[in-house]
Write a new protein. Structure first.
Length: 249
């Protein structure tokens, strides 16, 4: 983990306009996290649910200790959050935790990855009214191939809080698509067994995502400025806001 963070920090020195979050694990101490953030100039923190004892059903605190959130508040950091639990943003524990943390630690800026992890639109249907009332919340759209999830987010949320994300190279550059059914979603790489009647070659996940986002833009009638902000302007404003409150730099 330390080697990964050191390497990424060194890479980012080549592009001062770019930023990176520090990968954090629950076994770290808040003092170590704060020291590494200052040493490398990290923009924020990136916890992973895979470091929790139960990655599928864990609470946020199981892979992001509250002491780390306090560090993020004190230093004015971003937190990129990939939520756990089968219902993602619609889960009651996740909603209680987000409401609590955003209220008590207002200087931490949260990026809810993957449209708040609403890979299946039933999650966004049940969460969007809650999410829009939260302060200090942003979103990235990476790897979400569900049209209605993207639509609900852009229709009901403040669009200036939604930033384009690609999830390249890990997911975005895979050939296939994230498909949904019932209350589930899964990666699907395509098939040639039952598709002799058409061109069955799979394109990239990122292209499927871009197609959804273009369709949402058409459906909602986004302006040219809103589209430009979605792909760059919102992220630039986010970076300015976060860096602007980091007086330790």
């Amino acid at each position: 983990t330390e080697g990964h963070n050191d390497w990424m920090a060194e890479e980012m020195k080549q592009d001062p306009e770019s930023a990176i979050n520090m990968m954090v694990t629950p076994d770290m101490t808040p003092e170590y996290v704060a020291a590494q953030v200052k040493r490398h100039g990290f923009l924020g923190l990136k916890p992973y649910r895979t470091f929790a004892p139960d990655p599928t059903h864990c609470r946020i605190r199981d892979f992001l200790p509250e002491s780390f959130i306090e560090v993020a508040h004190d230093l004015g950091l971003a937190i990129t959050m990939h939520m756990s639990k089968p219902e993602g943003p619609a889960d009651a524990d996740n909603q209680r935790d987000l409401a609590d943390y955003t209220k008590r630690y207002p200087r931490a800026q949260w990026i809810l990855a993957h449209c708040a992890r609403a890979f299946n639109c039933f999650m966004m249907e049940r969460a969007i009214n809650f999410l829009t009332d939260l302060p200090n919340i942003w979103y990235d759209t990476s790897a979400v191939n569900d049209l209605y999830s993207q639509y609900l987010l852009m229709k009901h949320e403040d669009r200036s809080r939604v930033m384009f994300g690609s999830d390249n190279v890990v997911a975005g550059c895979a050939r296939g698509k994230y498909v949904t059914y019932g209350r589930a979603w899964t990666y699907y790489e395509g098939t040639t067994e039952t598709t002799v009647h058409c061109d069955s070659r799979a394109t990239l996940v990122i292209y499927e995502q871009l197609r959804q986002e273009k369709q949402v833009s058409d459906m909602l009638g986004l302006t040219s400025q809103e589209i430009e902000d979605h792909f760059s302007g919102n992220a630039r404003r986010f970076l300015r806001q976060v860096r602007g409150q980091q007086d330790w730099r």
